[in-house]
Write a protein that binds this ligand. Structure first.
Ligand SMILES: Nc1ncnc2c1ncn2[C@@H]1O[C@H](COP(=O)(O)OP(=O)(O)OP(=O)(O)O)[C@@H](O)[C@H]1O
Length: 272
């Protein structure tokens, strides 16, 4: 079966001369359609750099990235087959939502990358109302501005924005780490339901092993720009092979390490 996403020998170097810094080194990764693929690693390990190369914000320095068998980059030019096919939800909805735009404008904005016909069809008022209601907000909130919402509600707006183009692949870059613990599990559960309803494929980035375990089927562990371990999440959780993965696991709360997942326990919280 052809993978949805395939990275072959992908590296990324920032800067040049004395400021040259290799953030990502020789990454090989495949994500199958329908998978929820976790990417875990400490701060600075290169997770966001990988996400930026996938979404078109940073070109790889070498290697190839393919979506459904088609290269996403031609040199420094990002050339997705269908704009809007991939979307991203960033960590901090405070900075990722334009404070001068209404919720309606924010959610509709990704449609400007599409053709006029598609924009009309996907941006209908009926669709917008369905989407805003589905993420847990009210239709009369469409005319409000981001500052009028809580952190969790803002992340729900960001999720609606990501779904408006009907993407196949969604990158979730630490989508709950900036949120109050009391709302983290609600947002994770919403993301799980939406994945099922829209047949999405996720790349879920986190530094939190228990969140990755709750959300993902497969995972890769990143350390200093390299993938040091990859496989089914339960295998990695039960039988970590690399010293770094063992360290990540040993930093977990004892209940989480024992497999008692607080989100599944409906406690509404996930420990950081
Ligand atoms: N534009 C840039 N110019 C130079 N160095 C950069 C740039 N962006 C990232 N880096 C460096 O690359 C490394 C990887 O950063 P990256 O943001 O990908 O890590 P991360 O794992 O996502 O970290 P975090 O969890 O803190 O977001 C870091 O050392 C960072 O300082």
């Amino acid at each position: 079966m052809q993978p949805l996403i395939e990275l072959k020998s992908v590296s990324k170097t920032y800067g040049s001369g004395k400021k040259r810094f290799q953030a990502v080194t020789d990454i090989n990764l495949t994500i199958q359609k329908g998978e929820s693929f976790g990417l875990i690693g400490e701060s600075g390990s290169g997770k966001s750099t990988l996400a930026k190369m996938l979404i078109g914000l940073e070109p790889p320095s070498s290697g190839t990235i393919e979506l459904a068998g088609k290269p996403l980059w031609e040199g420094d030019k990002f050339k997705p087959q269908r704009p809007g096919e991939m979307q991203i939800v960033f960590q901090d909805p405070q900075s990722s939502l334009d404070p001068r735009m209404t919720v309606k404008e924010i959610i509709l904005e990704p449609l400007y990358a599409l053709s006029a016909g598609e924009r009309k069809q996907k941006g209908s008022m009926e669709r917008l109302q369905q989407l805003i209601t589905r993420v847990g907000l009210k239709t009369d909130q469409l005319s409000r501005y981001p500052h009028e919402f809580s952190g969790g509600q803002r992340q729900r707006i960001a999720i609606a924005r990501a779904l408006i183009t009907e993407p196949k692949f969604v990158i979730l870059d630490e989508p709950t780490s900036a949120l109050d613990v009391s709302v983290q599990a609600n947002v994770l559960n919403l993301l799980k339901e939406l994945k099922h309803e829209h047949q999405l494929t996720y790349l879920f980035i986190s530094h939190n092993m228990s969140v990755i375990r709750y959300m993902c089927d497969q995972t890769a562990v990143m350390y200093k720009g390299e993938i040091v371990e990859t496989g089914p999440i339960e295998d990695i959780f039960q039988h970590p092979r690399q010293a770094y993965t063992k360290t990540l696991l040993s930093s977990l709360h004892p209940l989480q390490a024992a497999g008692v997942n607080q989100a599944e326990n409906h406690s509404n919280e996930l420990s950081p």
